[in-house]
Design a protein around this ligand. Structure first.
Ligand SMILES: Nc1ncnc2c1ncn2[C@@H]1O[C@H](COP(=O)(O)OP(=O)(O)OP(=O)(O)O)[C@@H](O)[C@H]1O
Length: 309
């Protein structure tokens, strides 16, 4: 991670609902200018964490720091710099998009021009005078984001912002978040249970499983983790025969089928040497390929490791 001061961090955050522990010592590190993908399966504790970050729940132990200050001590001032979309936005269906934004703007005492500003920002200027009930789910999410953007926050906290959207809605939301980061300097934390989604947009990733952060780092670090898990798969006639004939070369191979062996990833020269040795030993090669686990598998492996701890 970068050495720049963190925009958001938590220290040893614990939370329980009644007697039930939900979060166990979560240390989030969100650098300024990042899109931080907060990734975890359903029930892992993402929404609970976001509620703690917004001061909607109080931690059982630990602290939240926003912009370098303690949330518990400076709640109002700090949260005035945060925009959030943590559930489906509550909209008035009979009002237009513009009227919806204007109502919230008025309540917050913000200048009138902010309504048009945020509608333009989320790409809803043209649809602004249509009633919200005619909006697609993607447009409703963007209208929700417009509401969150009204006070021009430095940090956006978004709980599963693409949940339920169709592919074009997802792409629009992704493009919008990228623009908000690149052109408007926003830092964005968004939660998701889909690694494929996070991989396309995040600069940094935190993986939570059963209330514990099992990975945190820049996106390339997550990819690197995956590279280390590369495997060489050999399809042959008899896996056992090959192992008996080439005990040294296949010392770290696992037999995963009658004719299948899996080995830790190899350099190309080693793959060639193995192929030559197999041929010299009279063993047929039906297939020899390097396999990278999908990010989903990497993610599963991370979560399994944490359960095992
Ligand atoms: N009000 C509540 N009272 C008791 N337990 C709760 C409450 N809200 C959530 N939980 C529990 O806390 C755990 C974490 O839930 P949370 O909603 O934070 O998970 P999540 O990662 O956001 O998952 P999802 O994507 O399904 O919302 C779950 O086991 C959930 O059942």
């Amino acid at each position: 991670m970068t050495n720049a001061p963190l925009l958001l961090q938590t220290q040893d955050l614990h939370f329980r609902f009644g007697a039930r522990p939900i979060l166990h010592g979560v240390n989030l590190r969100v650098p300024p200018g990042s899109i931080y993908g907060f990734l975890g399966p359903n029930g892992a504790g993402k929404s609970t964490t976001l509620r703690l970050l917004l001061g909607l729940l109080k931690p059982t132990a630990g602290t939240v720091q926003l912009f370098g200050h303690d949330l518990a001590r400076h709640r109002v001032a700090l949260l005035s710099r945060v925009g959030a979309l943590i559930e489906n936005p509550s909209l008035y269906d009979h009002l237009t998009g513009r009227e919806n934004v204007d109502a919230t703007r008025g309540l917050r005492g913000l200048p009138a021009h902010r309504t048009a500003d945020v509608l333009a920002l989320v790409g809803l200027s043209e649809a602004a005078d249509r009633p919200a009930r005619e909006y697609s789910l993607g447009m409703r999410q963007r209208l929700g984001l417009a509401l969150a953007l009204l006070p021009d926050p430095d940090l956006l906290l978004l709980d599963e912002p693409t949940n339920g959207l169709d592919p074009s809605g997802i792409m629009e939301m992704r493009g919008l978040l990228e623009r908000l980061r690149q052109e408007h300097g926003k830092t964005i934390l968004l939660s998701s249970h889909l690694i494929s989604e996070i991989e396309k947009i995040a600069t940094h990733v935190g993986v939570i499983q059963q209330g514990r952060l099992v990975f945190q780092g820049a996106l390339p670090e997550l990819r690197q983790l995956r590279a280390g898990q590369e495997q060489l798969v050999l399809e042959t006639e008899s896996a056992d025969t090959c192992r008996n004939l080439l005990p040294r070369l296949l010392a770290d191979a696992t037999v995963t089928g009658p004719g299948t062996l899996r080995l830790p990833g190899r350099a190309p020269a080693q793959v060639a040497a193995l192929a030559a040795a197999l041929v010299a030993a009279g063993q047929p090669i039906y297939g020899l390929r390097q396999e990278q686990p999908s990010l989903e598998e990497t993610f599963l492996q991370l979560t399994e490791t944490s359960v095992a701890q």
